[in-house]
Design a protein around this ligand. Structure first.
Ligand SMILES: Nc1nc2c([nH]c(=O)n2[C@H]2C[C@H](O)[C@@H](COP(=O)(O)OP(=O)(O)OP(=O)(O)O)O2)c(=O)[nH]1
Length: 141
């Protein structure tokens, strides 16, 4: 049976824009855009994993605001992931890319234009919808 790989990912919101990261050529899903994060290790919570991965990949510290519904996506017969999103803020500091090819800050209304990894598509769609209903609560982020 295919093992479910659990992956935490961050919707890092700053001034109405979301941090998008591009996978490098030598990664799985080359050049696709993703929400930064990574695989949850044993004895680690999804939130702990996210803080660790974001520091390892981008050299920044994040604050988790809330989680959203996860998405299960089967990429191939042997690869099935559960992507668990968290809305986050960060203390403005320099991002240093350790693994990704590129990053950008994308306005929420333009997020759907990116060439996302397939598992991210429903997560982005749900977040954009949630944001349009809750933007007054998030204006301070
Ligand atoms: N971090 C992250 N991974 C994602 C997203 N969407 C998506 O399909 N994935 C996939 C890509 C990877 O197969 C897996 C996360 O693995 P990872 O980022 O920790 O490590 P990796 O690229 O070295 O993975 P792998 O080559 O060992 O499969 O989840 C996303 O938004 N963020």
């Amino acid at each position: 049976m295919t093992k479910l790989i659990r992956v935490s990912c961050a919707i890092i919101l700053d001034s109405g824009k979301v941090l998008c990261a591009q996978r490098s050529e030598n990664m799985d899903l080359p050049l696709k855009w993703e929400l930064p994060g990574g695989k949850i290790e044993e004895n680690e919570s999804a939130a702990e994993c996210l803080k660790r991965e974001i520091f390892e990949e981008l050299n920044i510290e994040i604050q988790i605001i809330r989680s959203f519904e996860s998405n299960i996506h089967q990429y191939s017969p042997l690869k099935k992931i559960e992507l668990i999103p968290f809305l986050c803020s960060f203390i403005n500091s320099g991002i240093t890319l350790k693994e990704h090819k590129d990053f950008c800050w994308k306005e929420i209304v333009k997020l759907a234009e990116m060439d996302w990894a397939e598992a991210d598509i429903p997560i982005i769609r749900d977040f954009v919808q949630w944001y349009s209903l809750n933007r007054t609560q998030t204006h301070s982020i």
